[in-house]
Design a protein. Structure first.
Length: 461
């Protein structure tokens, strides 16, 4: 018996671990992000989202989304699933003990020799039994299984952080686009009001014999362009409000507004330098790393399954033909001992299992490589977009001012009888388009800031 008690400790000390050792992928990251003017400074992605989005209305929308969004709730439940699986894998380290009890009445056949001469044909049997099964981690399969389960748990946690990062950015995107639509609607309504006055002036001039029906028609076309833009924009506003409500985990309804896009532009800035430690901050890259480590650990599990397993099995309890003395010491019975079991011929199934696990690890490594390169691409695109949209805004403001001057001159020339309404038509169309384009450029600059924040791994703190 003493040999059986010392056997588990000896096997634990002498067991080996099969398969490659899990570790983070060796990702070769560039020294800096393309376009980063301060590669060694503090990263914009290190800021908490409450520090970045200072607009009170937008902040309140993000808080509601984080509390109610179904995708984020589902990601939290996936963490609980992974934690339960990790706990299940941990239980493999310990003995499994179960119990059973039973009673049976037997009636033997004399003709079949089941009853001794002169014996009683009726008999009873009662038992109370405990069962023991304890598998020793002879080849490290249990250890690798636990390593894989822990990595899957970390992966689920990082996936949730990635969902939160995307959710924060999505709410900010949608709100900025909603504010942009509000400004486009205001421009369209203001332009329609102005063109209505112009149409009345042209009609008055026609009635006085100064203008023609052609010029009246041109003025009506200008007014129709602005009026058509109003319901189109209102439709887009309603759809964008419904989108925001969906992100908040709520039913379709209106959305409260805060300040203008100009106030948002003052609060959404890329402050400080951008560090090249991008892979450490991106939760999707971290999740891909954990997925790779889990896949590597599962190679060891597959290799361990190819070899014999050693278990300590036993059962013991009390057994009696009479219920009243079932618990007597003379009723005690037990059996205990090691059991070695393993495959002899499996037609290559075990090797195929190892090959499959190795291929899955290769796929996970490729997925991590893609995630890392995608992170640098998104960050570089966002930084460049933020820089170039600033230049676009500057040039668009100059263009808008030039078109305003042209429109004033064209209207003065028309009212003075020096030109036809065609000049007014062209200048007003250009002015309307310039106003809308400038508003869109300001929107794009804000979207670039949000995209940079998400691409740099911000939003999950």
């Amino acid at each position: 018996m003493r040999k059986f008690y010392t056997l588990p400790g000896l096997l634990f000390l002498s067991s080996c671990v099969l398969g490659p050792q899990p570790g983070s992928p060796d990702a070769k990251a560039p020294g800096s992000i393309r376009g980063d003017s301060s590669p060694h400074g503090e990263s914009f992605g290190d800021k908490a989202w409450r520090q970045v989005f200072t607009d009170s209305t937008l902040r309140e929308l993000i808080e509601r989304a984080l509390a109610n969004n179904p995708d984020l709730v589902a990601a939290t439940y996936r963490i609980e699933q992974a934690r339960a699986r990790a706990n299940s894998a941990r239980s493999d380290w310990f003995p499994q003990i179960s119990g059973s009890t039973g009673a049976a009445a037997n009636y033997g056949s004399r003709n079949a020799g089941q009853v001794a001469p002169g014996g009683d044909r009726s008999s009873e049997i009662y038992d109370l039994t405990g069962l023991l099964s304890w598998e020793f981690d002879l080849w490290g399969g249990i250890r690798r299984s636990n390593e894989a389960a822990r990595s899957r748990l970390l992966e689920a946690e990082y996936r949730r952080d990635a969902v939160q990062t995307s959710l924060v950015a999505a709410v900010a995107f949608a709100y900025i686009e909603l504010k942009n639509l509000d400004e486009r609607l205001a421009i369209s309504m203001r332009t329609a009001e102005s063109r209505q006055s112009s149409l009345e002036l042209v009609i008055s001039r026609r009635d006085g014999g100064v203008s023609s029906d052609l010029e009246v028609g041109q003025a009506e076309a200008l007014l129709g362009q602005a009026r058509t833009a109003i319901p189109v924009t209102e439709q887009a506003i309603a759809a964008k409000e419904n989108e925001i409500r969906f992100l908040l985990g709520e039913y379709p309804a209106g959305v409260a507004r805060g300040g203008s896009l100009d106030s948002l532009d003052r609060s959404l800035r890329i402050n400080g330098g951008l560090s090249s430690t991008l892979l450490e901050r991106r939760p999707d890259v971290a999740a891909a790393s954990q997925a790779y480590q889990a896949a590597v650990a599962e190679i060891g599990v597959a290799e361990a399954l190819r070899l014999p397993s050693l278990s300590l099995t036993g059962n013991g309890g009390v057994l009696s033909s009479q219920l009243d003395n079932l618990l007597d010491s003379n009723s005690a019975v037990y059996t205990i001992g090691p059991r070695l079991a393993g495959p002899i011929f499996d037609a290559g199934r075990g090797k195929a299992r190892v090959d499959s696990a190795s291929a899955l690890a290769g796929e996970a490594l490729a997925a991590h490589d893609r995630a890392a390169k995608q992170a640098f691409r998104e960050a570089a695109d966002a930084i460049n977009s933020h820089l170039k949209t600033g230049e676009i805004i500057t040039e668009q403001e100059r263009l808008l001012e030039a078109n305003r001057k042209v429109a004033r001159v064209a209207n003065d020339r028309f009212q003075g009888g020096e030109s036809s309404y065609l000049e007014v038509l062209d200048s007003e169309r250009s002015l309307f388009d310039s106003e809308l384009t400038l508003t869109d450029a300001r929107r794009d600059r804000l979207l670039a800031v949000v995209q940079a924040y998400r691409a740099l791994g911000g939003g999950w703190k």
